[in-house]
Design a protein around this ligand. Structure first.
Ligand code: BMP
Length: 261
C-alpha cells in the first residue's frame, strides 16, 4: 500500500520524472510541507521563500493575488527555488476547455508554463484538458506535472461521489503528467501518485469562511503525502520560521510513524 512505503521507494515507482524529483527532495530534506505563500506583495513572498525555503518541499502560489507581479519576481523566485531545492506550484485550478486552459497556461501576464513546476487543475471538464496540457508541455524543456483537484477542503464542497471517483481514474490513467491528487482522503493506492492535502493547522478549526482545518497528524494518517499550510505559518504569532519548523517536525514525525506502523 502507498501509505506504508517510504518516499524514497516511491520515487522509483513513478512514471513522471518530476514526481521522482519531488519524492527524492522530500526524503533528503526530510520535509513533506507545502507552503501556501498567499501574500499580496512580491517582496514579502520572496522573503518568506528565502527564510522557509530550506524546510519546505513545495512553495505554492496564487500569482493573481500579487499586487506588484513582475518578471523579476519570477526570476528571483526561481533562483530561490534552485538554491533551497523546493518546487514551485501555481495553484491556478484551471477549469475550462482544453484550448482555453492551454492559452491561460502559456500566455497572458503570468506565463505560468515558463516557471511553475506544478499546477493544479479541476477535472470538471474531463480528460481532454489533460490531453491538451500534455501537448502544451511538449515544448517545455523542464519536467512539468499537474495535481488534479479530486476533493476540496471547504464546507459543502461539491467534490463528492462519482465526481471524485472519476477524478481518481483520470489521474491514474494519465500518471505520466499527473503527479497526484488534491484531496482530503486516501483515494488512490498507486504509489507514484502523491496526495496533496490542504486545510492544515496545529489544531482542528475553521476560518469562518468555509475553510476546515485538521491537525498535521490527522492529515498524514488520512493519506497526505504533502500537507499544505498557509495562514498557520504566514500569520503565526511568533513569526513564520518558528511555525515552519514546528509544522515540518509534526508532519515528518507523523509520516515516519505512518510508514513504520
Ligand atoms: P490556508 O492554510 O491559509 O487556509 O491556505 C490553504 C491554501 O490551500 C490556499 O492557498 C487555498 O487556495 C488552497 N486550497 C485549499 O485550501 N483547499 C482546497 O481544497 C484546495 C486548495 O488548493
Amino acid at each position: 500500500d502507498r501509505l506504508e512505503l517510504p518516499y524514497s521507494k516511491r520515487a522509483k515507482l513513478t512514471m513522471n520524472p518530476l514526481a521522482s524529483k519531488l519524492l527524492e527532495l522530500m526524503e533528503s530534506k526530510q520535509t513533506n510541507l507545502c507552503l501556501a505563500a498567499d501574500l499580496k506583495e512580491a517582496d514579502a513572498i520572496l522573503e518568506l521563500a528565502n527564510v522557509t525555503g530550506p524546510h519546505i518541499a513545495v512553495l505554492k502560489t496564487h500569482v493573481d493575488i500579487i499586487e506588484d507581479f513582475n518578471e523579476s519576481f519570477i526570476l528571483r523566485l526561481k533562483k530561490l527555488a534552485k538554491q533551497h531545492r523546493f518546487l514551485l506550484m501555481e495553484d491556478r485550478k484551471f477549469g475550462d476547455i482544453g484550448n482555453t486552459v492551454s492559452l491561460q497556461y502559456r500566455h497572458g501576464l503570468y506565463k505560468i508554463a515558463e516557471w511553475a513546476d506544478l499546477i493544479t487543475v479541476h477535472p470538471v471538464s474531463g480528460a481532454s484538458v489533460i490531453d491538451t496540457l500534455k501537448k502544451s508541455v511538449e515544448n517545455i524543456s523542464e519536467p512539468r506535472g499537474i495535481f488534479l483537484v479530486a476533493e476540496m477542503s471547504c464546507e459543502g464542497a461539491l467534490t463528492t461521489g462519482d465526481y471524485t471517483k472519476s477524478a481518481v481514474s483520470m489521474a491514474e490513467k494519465a500518471s505520466d503528467l499527473v503527479v497526484g491528487l488534491v484531496s482530503q482522503s486516501n483515494l488512490s493506492a498507486q504509489p507514484g501518485l502523491l496526495q496533496l492535502t490542504p486545510g492544515v493547522k496545529l489544531s482542528k478549526s475553521g476560518d469562518g469562511l468555509g475553510q476546515q482545518y485538521n491537525d498535521p497528524r490527522s492529515v498524514i494518517n488520512a493519506g497526505a503525502d504533502l500537507a499544505v499550510v498557509g495562514r498557520g505559518i504566514t500569520q503565526a504569532p511568533d513569526g513564520y520560521l518558528k511555525a515552519t519548523l514546528e509544522y515540518k517536525r509534526e508532519l515528518w514525525n507523523a509520516y515516519e510513524e505512518r510508514i513504520n506502523a
